[in-house]
Design a protein around this ligand. Structure first.
Ligand code: ADP
Length: 333
Protein backbone atom coordinates (compact mmCIF):
# COMPACT_ATOMS: atom_id res chain seq x y z
CA UNK A 1 0.00 0.00 0.00
CA UNK A 2 1.42 3.35 -1.02
CA UNK A 3 1.58 6.30 1.32
CA UNK A 4 -0.49 9.26 0.24
CA UNK A 5 1.45 12.41 -0.64
CA UNK A 6 -1.47 14.60 0.44
CA UNK A 7 -4.08 13.71 3.03
CA UNK A 8 -7.18 15.58 4.08
CA UNK A 9 -8.16 13.94 7.34
CA UNK A 10 -11.70 14.66 8.55
CA UNK A 11 -11.39 18.30 7.54
CA UNK A 12 -14.21 20.68 8.41
CA UNK A 13 -14.12 24.34 7.47
CA UNK A 14 -16.73 26.62 8.93
CA UNK A 15 -16.59 30.24 7.76
CA UNK A 16 -19.47 31.27 10.03
CA UNK A 17 -21.97 29.38 12.19
CA UNK A 18 -24.17 28.91 9.13
CA UNK A 19 -21.55 28.38 6.43
CA UNK A 20 -19.88 25.00 6.51
CA UNK A 21 -17.76 24.98 3.36
CA UNK A 22 -16.17 21.58 4.08
CA UNK A 23 -17.84 18.98 6.22
CA UNK A 24 -15.68 16.11 7.48
CA UNK A 25 -13.75 15.70 4.24
CA UNK A 26 -11.29 12.82 4.01
CA UNK A 27 -9.27 11.80 0.98
CA UNK A 28 -5.70 11.08 -0.01
CA UNK A 29 -3.74 11.75 -3.17
CA UNK A 30 -0.84 9.55 -4.08
CA UNK A 31 2.43 10.67 -5.56
CA UNK A 32 2.27 10.65 -9.36
CA UNK A 33 -1.52 10.57 -9.52
CA UNK A 34 -3.67 12.62 -11.92
CA UNK A 35 -7.03 13.44 -10.32
CA UNK A 36 -9.98 15.64 -11.10
CA UNK A 37 -11.94 17.43 -8.40
CA UNK A 38 -15.45 18.18 -9.64
CA UNK A 39 -18.67 19.53 -8.17
CA UNK A 40 -21.15 22.38 -8.50
CA UNK A 41 -20.42 25.93 -7.53
CA UNK A 42 -20.36 26.29 -3.76
CA UNK A 43 -19.34 22.64 -3.23
CA UNK A 44 -16.17 23.66 -1.39
CA UNK A 45 -13.49 23.12 -4.06
CA UNK A 46 -11.81 26.50 -3.73
CA UNK A 47 -11.92 26.26 0.05
CA UNK A 48 -10.11 22.96 -0.21
CA UNK A 49 -7.39 24.58 -2.30
CA UNK A 50 -7.10 27.54 0.08
CA UNK A 51 -6.63 25.15 2.99
CA UNK A 52 -3.96 23.28 1.05
CA UNK A 53 -1.92 26.44 0.48
CA UNK A 54 -2.66 27.58 4.05
CA UNK A 55 -4.52 30.70 2.99
CA UNK A 56 -7.14 29.42 5.45
CA UNK A 57 -7.01 27.14 8.48
CA UNK A 58 -9.42 24.25 9.00
CA UNK A 59 -11.93 24.48 11.85
CA UNK A 60 -11.13 20.86 12.66
CA UNK A 61 -9.25 17.96 11.12
CA UNK A 62 -5.79 17.83 9.62
CA UNK A 63 -4.05 18.32 6.28
CA UNK A 64 -0.83 16.42 5.79
CA UNK A 65 1.52 16.99 2.87
CA UNK A 66 4.48 14.62 2.84
CA UNK A 67 4.46 14.33 6.65
CA UNK A 68 4.04 18.10 7.11
CA UNK A 69 0.97 18.97 9.17
CA UNK A 70 -0.03 22.01 7.16
CA UNK A 71 -2.26 23.76 9.76
CA UNK A 72 0.54 23.55 12.33
CA UNK A 73 3.30 24.79 10.02
CA UNK A 74 5.09 27.80 11.52
CA UNK A 75 4.63 30.96 9.40
CA UNK A 76 8.30 31.25 8.67
CA UNK A 77 8.27 27.85 6.95
CA UNK A 78 5.24 28.70 4.80
CA UNK A 79 7.14 30.08 1.77
CA UNK A 80 9.27 26.95 1.58
CA UNK A 81 6.18 24.75 1.87
CA UNK A 82 4.33 26.71 -0.82
CA UNK A 83 7.29 26.34 -3.16
CA UNK A 84 6.59 22.62 -3.20
CA UNK A 85 3.18 23.35 -4.73
CA UNK A 86 2.37 24.78 -8.13
CA UNK A 87 -0.96 26.57 -8.18
CA UNK A 88 -2.69 27.84 -11.31
CA UNK A 89 -5.41 30.16 -10.01
CA UNK A 90 -8.63 30.69 -11.90
CA UNK A 91 -7.69 34.31 -12.58
CA UNK A 92 -4.19 33.18 -13.70
CA UNK A 93 -2.43 36.09 -11.97
CA UNK A 94 0.02 36.70 -14.85
CA UNK A 95 1.67 40.10 -14.53
CA UNK A 96 0.16 42.31 -17.23
CA UNK A 97 3.17 44.61 -17.50
CA UNK A 98 5.55 41.76 -18.29
CA UNK A 99 5.86 39.56 -21.37
CA UNK A 100 5.27 35.85 -21.05
CA UNK A 101 9.00 35.19 -20.91
CA UNK A 102 9.47 37.89 -18.27
CA UNK A 103 6.62 36.43 -16.22
CA UNK A 104 8.35 33.06 -16.08
CA UNK A 105 11.77 34.60 -15.47
CA UNK A 106 10.36 36.74 -12.68
CA UNK A 107 9.14 33.65 -10.77
CA UNK A 108 12.59 32.12 -11.08
CA UNK A 109 14.28 35.35 -9.94
CA UNK A 110 12.09 35.39 -6.83
CA UNK A 111 13.31 31.87 -6.10
CA UNK A 112 16.88 33.21 -6.19
CA UNK A 113 18.02 31.17 -9.20
CA UNK A 114 21.18 32.24 -11.02
CA UNK A 115 21.12 33.68 -14.55
CA UNK A 116 22.11 30.45 -16.25
CA UNK A 117 19.41 28.44 -14.52
CA UNK A 118 16.81 31.14 -15.16
CA UNK A 119 17.60 31.09 -18.89
CA UNK A 120 17.65 27.31 -19.20
CA UNK A 121 14.51 26.70 -17.13
CA UNK A 122 12.59 29.42 -18.99
CA UNK A 123 13.50 27.80 -22.33
CA UNK A 124 12.47 24.42 -21.04
CA UNK A 125 9.13 25.67 -19.70
CA UNK A 126 8.28 27.66 -22.85
CA UNK A 127 8.94 24.55 -24.90
CA UNK A 128 6.92 22.36 -22.52
CA UNK A 129 3.82 24.53 -22.97
CA UNK A 130 4.58 25.05 -26.69
CA UNK A 131 4.80 28.83 -26.46
CA UNK A 132 8.38 29.50 -27.59
CA UNK A 133 7.13 31.75 -30.40
CA UNK A 134 4.85 33.73 -28.08
CA UNK A 135 7.53 34.55 -25.52
CA UNK A 136 7.63 38.28 -26.25
CA UNK A 137 3.88 38.84 -26.08
CA UNK A 138 2.14 40.43 -23.12
CA UNK A 139 -0.69 38.48 -21.42
CA UNK A 140 -3.41 40.57 -23.15
CA UNK A 141 -1.92 39.66 -26.53
CA UNK A 142 -2.21 35.93 -25.85
CA UNK A 143 -5.33 33.84 -26.55
CA UNK A 144 -7.21 32.35 -23.57
CA UNK A 145 -5.59 28.95 -24.07
CA UNK A 146 -2.11 30.48 -24.42
CA UNK A 147 -2.59 32.51 -21.24
CA UNK A 148 -3.61 29.34 -19.43
CA UNK A 149 -0.57 27.46 -20.72
CA UNK A 150 1.61 30.43 -19.78
CA UNK A 151 0.22 30.37 -16.24
CA UNK A 152 0.93 26.63 -16.05
CA UNK A 153 4.53 27.24 -17.17
CA UNK A 154 4.93 29.89 -14.49
CA UNK A 155 3.45 27.61 -11.82
CA UNK A 156 6.05 25.01 -12.77
CA UNK A 157 8.98 27.38 -12.27
CA UNK A 158 9.66 26.02 -8.78
CA UNK A 159 9.50 22.41 -10.02
CA UNK A 160 6.54 21.62 -7.74
CA UNK A 161 5.71 18.14 -6.51
CA UNK A 162 1.99 18.83 -6.74
CA UNK A 163 0.38 20.98 -9.42
CA UNK A 164 -3.18 22.20 -8.75
CA UNK A 165 -5.04 23.90 -11.60
CA UNK A 166 -8.35 25.62 -10.84
CA UNK A 167 -10.69 25.47 -13.88
CA UNK A 168 -7.82 25.44 -16.41
CA UNK A 169 -10.20 25.03 -19.34
CA UNK A 170 -12.99 27.35 -18.19
CA UNK A 171 -14.04 29.57 -21.13
CA UNK A 172 -11.78 27.77 -23.62
CA UNK A 173 -12.93 26.23 -26.90
CA UNK A 174 -12.62 22.42 -27.13
CA UNK A 175 -9.34 22.46 -29.14
CA UNK A 176 -7.63 24.81 -26.68
CA UNK A 177 -9.01 22.80 -23.76
CA UNK A 178 -7.52 19.60 -25.11
CA UNK A 179 -4.17 21.33 -25.67
CA UNK A 180 -4.16 22.41 -22.02
CA UNK A 181 -5.16 18.90 -20.98
CA UNK A 182 -2.36 17.39 -23.10
CA UNK A 183 0.14 19.63 -21.36
CA UNK A 184 -1.14 18.78 -17.89
CA UNK A 185 -1.02 15.13 -18.86
CA UNK A 186 2.56 15.31 -20.07
CA UNK A 187 3.57 17.17 -16.90
CA UNK A 188 2.01 14.32 -14.94
CA UNK A 189 3.81 11.71 -17.04
CA UNK A 190 7.00 13.55 -16.14
CA UNK A 191 6.33 12.66 -12.49
CA UNK A 192 4.41 15.66 -11.12
CA UNK A 193 1.23 14.88 -9.21
CA UNK A 194 -1.66 16.81 -10.77
CA UNK A 195 -5.03 17.83 -9.35
CA UNK A 196 -7.43 19.60 -11.70
CA UNK A 197 -10.51 21.39 -10.38
CA UNK A 198 -13.04 21.50 -13.18
CA UNK A 199 -16.61 21.58 -14.45
CA UNK A 200 -15.49 20.40 -17.88
CA UNK A 201 -17.06 17.02 -18.65
CA UNK A 202 -15.16 16.67 -21.94
CA UNK A 203 -11.69 16.77 -20.43
CA UNK A 204 -12.67 14.51 -17.53
CA UNK A 205 -14.15 11.96 -19.91
CA UNK A 206 -11.09 12.07 -22.14
CA UNK A 207 -8.68 10.95 -19.43
CA UNK A 208 -10.94 8.51 -17.55
CA UNK A 209 -8.81 8.92 -14.47
CA UNK A 210 -9.74 9.48 -10.82
CA UNK A 211 -12.71 11.79 -10.25
CA UNK A 212 -13.35 13.13 -6.77
CA UNK A 213 -16.81 14.67 -6.67
CA UNK A 214 -17.86 17.17 -4.03
CA UNK A 215 -21.25 18.52 -3.19
CA UNK A 216 -22.28 20.76 -0.31
CA UNK A 217 -18.93 20.44 1.43
CA UNK A 218 -18.74 16.67 1.25
CA UNK A 219 -17.09 14.13 -1.01
CA UNK A 220 -20.00 12.27 -2.54
CA UNK A 221 -18.14 10.09 -4.99
CA UNK A 222 -14.56 9.02 -5.57
CA UNK A 223 -13.83 6.72 -8.44
CA UNK A 224 -11.95 6.19 -11.65
CA UNK A 225 -13.99 6.82 -14.76
CA UNK A 226 -16.03 9.48 -16.44
CA UNK A 227 -17.52 12.73 -15.16
CA UNK A 228 -20.89 11.11 -14.53
CA UNK A 229 -19.64 7.83 -13.12
CA UNK A 230 -20.78 8.28 -9.59
CA UNK A 231 -19.66 5.84 -6.95
CA UNK A 232 -20.19 6.90 -3.40
CA UNK A 233 -17.10 6.40 -1.28
CA UNK A 234 -17.47 3.31 0.90
CA UNK A 235 -18.46 4.01 4.51
CA UNK A 236 -14.91 3.45 5.72
CA UNK A 237 -13.65 6.40 3.73
CA UNK A 238 -13.74 8.48 6.86
CA UNK A 239 -10.64 6.51 7.77
CA UNK A 240 -7.63 7.60 5.79
CA UNK A 241 -6.28 4.10 5.13
CA UNK A 242 -9.11 3.18 2.82
CA UNK A 243 -8.21 6.14 0.60
CA UNK A 244 -4.52 5.57 0.43
CA UNK A 245 -4.85 2.79 -2.08
CA UNK A 246 -6.40 3.93 -5.28
CA UNK A 247 -6.59 2.77 -8.84
CA UNK A 248 -8.13 -0.43 -10.19
CA UNK A 249 -7.80 -2.45 -7.02
CA UNK A 250 -9.57 0.20 -4.97
CA UNK A 251 -12.23 0.61 -7.65
CA UNK A 252 -13.11 -3.05 -7.39
CA UNK A 253 -13.38 -2.65 -3.63
CA UNK A 254 -15.67 0.31 -4.04
CA UNK A 255 -17.82 -1.56 -6.55
CA UNK A 256 -18.23 -4.53 -4.24
CA UNK A 257 -19.06 -2.40 -1.22
CA UNK A 258 -21.51 -0.42 -3.29
CA UNK A 259 -23.36 -3.61 -4.24
CA UNK A 260 -23.69 -4.50 -0.58
CA UNK A 261 -25.04 -1.10 0.41
CA UNK A 262 -28.56 0.22 0.13
CA UNK A 263 -28.43 3.32 -2.07
CA UNK A 264 -29.04 6.39 0.07
CA UNK A 265 -30.50 9.41 -1.65
CA UNK A 266 -31.83 12.86 -1.04
CA UNK A 267 -35.31 12.39 0.50
CA UNK A 268 -36.64 15.28 -1.63
CA UNK A 269 -36.16 12.97 -4.61
CA UNK A 270 -39.07 10.85 -3.38
CA UNK A 271 -41.33 13.46 -4.94
CA UNK A 272 -40.06 12.45 -8.38
CA UNK A 273 -41.94 10.14 -10.66
CA UNK A 274 -41.01 6.55 -9.63
CA UNK A 275 -39.54 5.59 -12.99
CA UNK A 276 -37.49 8.75 -13.25
CA UNK A 277 -36.26 8.23 -9.70
CA UNK A 278 -35.15 4.69 -10.53
CA UNK A 279 -33.23 5.91 -13.58
CA UNK A 280 -31.36 8.43 -11.46
CA UNK A 281 -30.60 5.94 -8.73
CA UNK A 282 -29.37 3.38 -11.26
CA UNK A 283 -26.91 6.01 -12.45
CA UNK A 284 -26.01 6.80 -8.81
CA UNK A 285 -27.44 10.29 -9.08
CA UNK A 286 -28.53 10.61 -5.49
CA UNK A 287 -29.03 14.30 -4.84
CA UNK A 288 -31.00 17.18 -6.31
CA UNK A 289 -27.79 19.11 -6.80
CA UNK A 290 -26.46 16.38 -9.04
CA UNK A 291 -29.70 16.46 -11.02
CA UNK A 292 -29.40 20.22 -11.40
CA UNK A 293 -25.96 19.69 -12.90
CA UNK A 294 -27.15 17.37 -15.65
CA UNK A 295 -27.08 18.53 -19.26
CA UNK A 296 -29.60 17.76 -22.01
CA UNK A 297 -27.21 15.09 -23.28
CA UNK A 298 -27.04 13.50 -19.84
CA UNK A 299 -30.84 13.29 -19.73
CA UNK A 300 -30.80 11.64 -23.14
CA UNK A 301 -28.18 9.15 -21.97
CA UNK A 302 -30.26 8.39 -18.92
CA UNK A 303 -33.19 7.70 -21.25
CA UNK A 304 -35.41 10.27 -19.57
CA UNK A 305 -38.30 10.48 -22.04
CA UNK A 306 -40.06 13.69 -23.05
CA UNK A 307 -42.95 13.31 -20.61
CA UNK A 308 -40.58 12.53 -17.72
CA UNK A 309 -38.43 15.49 -18.66
CA UNK A 310 -41.41 17.83 -18.49
CA UNK A 311 -42.35 16.51 -15.07
CA UNK A 312 -38.74 16.81 -13.95
CA UNK A 313 -38.52 20.43 -15.07
CA UNK A 314 -41.70 21.20 -13.11
CA UNK A 315 -40.30 19.44 -10.05
CA UNK A 316 -36.97 21.31 -10.22
CA UNK A 317 -38.71 24.65 -10.68
CA UNK A 318 -40.80 24.06 -7.57
CA UNK A 319 -37.77 22.82 -5.67
CA UNK A 320 -35.74 25.93 -6.54
CA UNK A 321 -38.66 28.23 -5.75
CA UNK A 322 -39.05 26.64 -2.32
CA UNK A 323 -35.31 26.82 -1.75
CA UNK A 324 -35.25 30.54 -2.63
CA UNK A 325 -38.12 31.18 -0.24
CA UNK A 326 -36.33 29.27 2.53
CA UNK A 327 -33.07 31.15 1.86
CA UNK A 328 -34.90 34.50 1.93
CA UNK A 329 -36.50 33.57 5.23
CA UNK A 330 -33.10 32.61 6.63
CA UNK A 331 -31.60 35.90 5.50
CA UNK A 332 -34.43 37.96 6.96
CA UNK A 333 -34.43 36.22 10.31
P1 ADP B 1 -16.55 26.15 -4.92
O1 ADP B 1 -15.13 26.51 -5.17
O2 ADP B 1 -16.82 24.68 -5.03
O3 ADP B 1 -17.51 26.96 -5.73
P2 ADP B 1 -16.20 27.48 -2.35
O4 ADP B 1 -15.15 26.75 -1.60
O5 ADP B 1 -15.82 28.75 -3.02
O6 ADP B 1 -16.89 26.47 -3.38
O7 ADP B 1 -17.41 27.81 -1.36
C1 ADP B 1 -17.99 26.85 -0.48
C2 ADP B 1 -18.98 27.59 0.41
O8 ADP B 1 -18.29 28.44 1.31
C3 ADP B 1 -19.95 28.47 -0.34
O9 ADP B 1 -21.20 28.40 0.32
C4 ADP B 1 -19.34 29.86 -0.20
O10 ADP B 1 -20.34 30.85 -0.25
C5 ADP B 1 -18.71 29.78 1.16
N1 ADP B 1 -17.51 30.64 1.28
C6 ADP B 1 -16.40 30.58 0.51
N2 ADP B 1 -15.49 31.49 0.93
C7 ADP B 1 -16.04 32.14 1.99
C8 ADP B 1 -15.59 33.18 2.87
N3 ADP B 1 -14.39 33.74 2.74
N4 ADP B 1 -16.44 33.58 3.85
C9 ADP B 1 -17.66 33.01 3.99
N5 ADP B 1 -18.12 32.03 3.21
C10 ADP B 1 -17.34 31.59 2.21
Amino acid sequence: METAMLLFDKVTKRYTDNIVALNDVTFGINKGEFSFLVGPSGAGKTTLMRLLIREELPTSGNIVFDKIEVPKLPNKLLPKYRQRLGIVFQDLRLLESKTLEENIKFSLEILGKDDKEIKETTEYLLELVKLQDRRNLFPVQLSGGEQQRGAIARALANNPELLVADEPTGNLDPDSSFQVLDILNSINRGGTTVLVITHDREIVNKLKTRVIRMDEGKIISDTKGEYDTIVRPAKETSKIDSHIKIGDEADTDFEQKKEEEEVEYDSEMDKLDKRTLQKFLDAKITSINLILNLTEDDLLNLKIVKKEKKELEKFLKEYLNNKCKKDDKKQNS
